[in-house]
Design a protein around this ligand. Structure first.
Ligand code: ZN
Length: 187
């Protein structure tokens, strides 16, 4: 992955890239998302449209997205997306209004006590993997990227989690996942 594509882009310098333990590509600590409009759209929906996101403005949407993901021209993509968002255009309410209704996540007690789990799917296939399980420690922001297949069921995901995260960091309190809370029951 490092060799293909990266040095064709003039926005990214190799010095700012590193591979994580599982061979995922990190750019300035964020997961580099290959050019894939469907995937970009999905990530935008997750970071802008979802109830927990609450239709933040352009800058905030970009900031949220940049915490975990990066791709060239990401700013322009976000600008365009938010400008064309139906809900944002229709709503006359202040952009940050939904924040007040949500309870903020409690601050974790220690490292690897509370993690968030996301699935990046529809990646170009490599070594029989076509998805990445992204596990982020909510306190330290340390992350593990675990190659997987998007067909994996929750049992398999639990197995991946145990092998790749639990063995290193041990028990935890909560997992926030974009597939809901189904995995908590498996541990
Ligand atoms: Zn919106």
């Amino acid at each position: 992955m490092l060799r293909n594509g990266i040095h064709h882009s003039n926005e990214i310098s190799l010095a700012e890239c590193m591979e994580d333990n599982n061979g995922g590509l990190l750019y300035r600590g964020a997961l580099y998302v290959l050019e894939d409009n469907d995937l970009w759209l999905r990530l935008l929906k997750e970071h802008h449209d979802k109830l927990s996101a609450g239709h933040p403005g352009r800058a905030k949407t970009l900031e949220l997205l940049n915490r975990e993901y990066y791709w060239p021209q990401i700013r322009r993509y976000v600008d365009q997306y938010v400008r064309n968002c139906n809900v944002c255009t229709r709503s006359k309410a202040p952009r940050n209004a939904p924040y007040g209704v949500l309870h903020p996540m409690p601050i974790p007690d220690g490292p690897w006590m509370d993690v968030s789990m996301n699935f990046v799917t529809d990646l170009p296939e490599s070594d029989e993997h076509n998805a990445i399980l992204v596990v982020v420690d909510r306190l330290t922001k340390m992350r593990h990227l675990i190659p997987m297949t998007k067909e994996a069921d929750s049992r398999e995901v639990a197995r991946l989690y145990i092998d790749n995260v639990w063995k290193l960091h041990g028990l935890l309190n909560t997992i926030v996942s974009d597939r809901g809370t189904q995995f908590v029951a498996e541990f």
